[in-house]
Design a protein around this ligand. Structure first.
Ligand code: NAP
Ligand code: MG
Length: 524
């Protein structure tokens, strides 16, 4: 069946009463599921283990979202074996048939989309709009990668140069067992995108979900269960990263690792995967998308109102817990005071609280560890610049709430201007000129996203050449990459520039096999 071209999933307008009501209903449904016992799912078998991990609502830690069984090395081994066994048949399933599973999964998720989003409100503290966008992105990934797989499996035939004596064909085949390790911050979109890209390309998956967000990952497992995806193709193997992560990464039967998360964990995986394990007969492939220290540059002739809005949106959307979040505003000295004032005004309008209430824009940060780390950075920031708003973190709350914090007059080399904080903390840095701003922007080990606000076309073009980031935006905010529109992935220590949601992405999960038949045989 031919499919209409890919289009992005529309977002929900919550100003419409019917949409608001539908979302409230979904919240009620998901609240009823609170405290559910989640099993591992290995080779189609549900396994409850003695060791449990609690996923809690970061806005109210008394609310337990799920009690999830934790895999030990025994279950991790079982998961690899189940995936290896399933690979032997799954890899020969027609690409179009594999794609069909994604299209059907997208249909199911679309029908239940508010439940998926409501789960993220409760489990990750996303606000309604952010959660809705996360689910829309997950649907986009499935619709996009499904179409891409069909394209990959049909196009290469026409791409080869043919010689008179042979018939040639290039076929993309899968690699094997893929260990998928996603972060908690786009708990549906990234988890779903990484998993389904591996599945649709004919690989089999061992998913180790992030410990903070196992429930939403389990909801995807339920979707594929409903679709009767063959057993062992998608194995759900929660457990602590440090306990079973290494085991899965180092396993000789692991063929590739698809990781998104912090730089330190990512680099550790790259190192471990490079070591040949006993019995291993391939070089493991690692896709690693990591952190950022993203900057927004404001030139002297920029539309300051627009720039300040973009900075505040990029810095504080989902509590600043996006790899694309703006954590450095680099401002031309001529407009510095004006824009600092605008940023302060706009930040002070942000509402903070439990995001079950649609009127709260900013919710909690994801965990007690995040709360402590971010609070510590704020204390460091107080010695490195001037807090112009926020900065006072209240302890002993039920949830992990941190106010949006802006620290001005920060030196480009300061700790808070160099290290990824991953929370609602913005450093404002003064630049002497546009060129100086570019120099500061590039003075980091990362290279993920960035924006330039300017009305000077010469400067914009210079910035487009010099600003070394995987995703650059001109006169708009630095977050909110759309599948198919802004293929996503970073430079330097931000990762392997995998460009998720782009036409090159599926290649990372495939290897090309060239087949030539001597003329006289049936042509392809
Ligand atoms: P993280 O702490 O690195 O964790 C990511 C995943 O790795 C989790 O599933 C974690 O499991 C697992 N893990 C931890 N130790 C491991 C080990 N030794 N071996 C194998 N897996 C291990 O990152 P996070 O806090 O979830 O996410 C935030 C980070 O992700 C930020 O740095 C952010 O910039 C980055 N990020 C990047 C992108 C991008 O596209 N570039 C997108 C989103 C987020 P546990 O949860 O069990 O510890
Ligand atoms: Mg949680």
């Amino acid at each position: 069946m031919s499919r209409p071209p890919f289009v992005n999933e529309p977002l929900t307008d919550f100003t419409k009463p019917e949409n608001k009501k539908a979302f409230e209903k979904a919240l009620t449904i998901m609240k009823k599921r609170m405290g559910e016992e989640l099993p591992l799912v290995i080779g189609g078998e549900k396994i409850m283990t003695g060791k449990k991990h609690q996923s809690v609502n970061p806005a109210n830690t008394k609310e337990v979202i799920a009690n999830v069984s934790k895999a030990s090395k025994t279950e991790a081994e079982k998961a690899i074996q189940a995936a290896a066994k399933a690979f032997e048949t799954w890899r020969f399933v027609e690409p179009a048939k594999r794609a069909e599973y994604l299209f059907k999964a997208a249909d199911i998720m679309r029908k239940r989309k508010h439940e998926f989003s409501a789960c993220m409100v409760l489990e990750a503290g996303k606000n309604w709009v952010e959660a809705d966008a996360d689910t829309a992105e997950a649907i986009d990934f499935m619709e996009f990668y499904g179409r891409e797989m069909i394209r990959y499996s049909s196009e290469p035939k026409t791409k080869l140069y043919q010689i008179p004596t042979e018939h040639g064909r290039l076929e993309y085949i899968p690699l094997g067992v893929c260990v998928v390790i996603p972060p908690w911050n786009f708990p549906n979109a990234i988890m779903c995108g990484m998993s389904t890209a591996a599945i649709v390309t004919g690989n089999t998956v061992v998913l180790k979900p992030a410990s903070d967000t196992p429930m939403i990952a389990y909801m995807l497992v339920e979707v594929f269960e409903k679709l009767k995806l063959p057993a062992g193709v998608f194995n759900f193997c929660p457990g602590s990263g440090s306990e079973i992560g290494d085991y899965l990464v180092e396993h000789p039967q692991t063929r590739l690792i698809s990781f998104t998360g912090s730089k330190d964990v990512g680099l550790g995986i790259v190192e471990k995967a490079a070591k040949l394990a006993k019995g291993q007969i391939w070089i493991k492939r690692v896709i690693a998308e990591m952190g950022g220290k993203d900057a927004i540059i404001v030139d002297k002739d920029a539309d300051l109102e627009h720039a300040a809005t973009g900075i505040v949106k990029s810095a504080f959307g989902f509590q600043g817990q996006k790899c694309s979040a703006c954590s450095r505003a680099i401002i031309h000295k001529d407009v510095y005071d004006k824009i600092v004032k605008l940023i302060k005004e706009k930040t002070e309008k942000i509402t903070v609280g439990n995001t079950q209430d649609v009127d709260n824009y900013m919710g909690p940060v994801c965990s007690i560890q995040a709360f402590k780390t971010i609070s510590k950075y704020i204390e460091t920031g107080k010695t490195e610049g001037k807090v112009i708003t926020g900065g006072e973190v209240q302890k002993n709350q039920d949830g992990f709430f941190i106010p949006p914090t802006v620290i001005a007059d920060v030196d480009a080399k300061a700790v808070i201007a160099q290290e990824e904080i991953f929370g609602p903390v913005l450093s404002v840095i003064k630049a002497d000129s546009f060129d100086h701003a570019l120099e500061i922007a590039n003075d980091t080990q990362y290279g993920l996203t960035g924006s330039i606000y300017s009305s000077n076309m010469k400067n914009i073009e210079k910035g487009e050449k010099i600003f070394h980031v995987g995703n650059l935006y001109i006169n708009r905010h630095s977050t909110g990459a759309l599948v198919g529109v802004h293929p996503f992935g970073g430079f330097n220590l931000s990762g392997t520039d995998s460009k998720a949601g782009g036409e090159d992405y599926l290649l990372l999960f495939l290897q090309a096999k060239s087949i030539s038949r001597l003329k006289g045989h049936k042509p392809f």
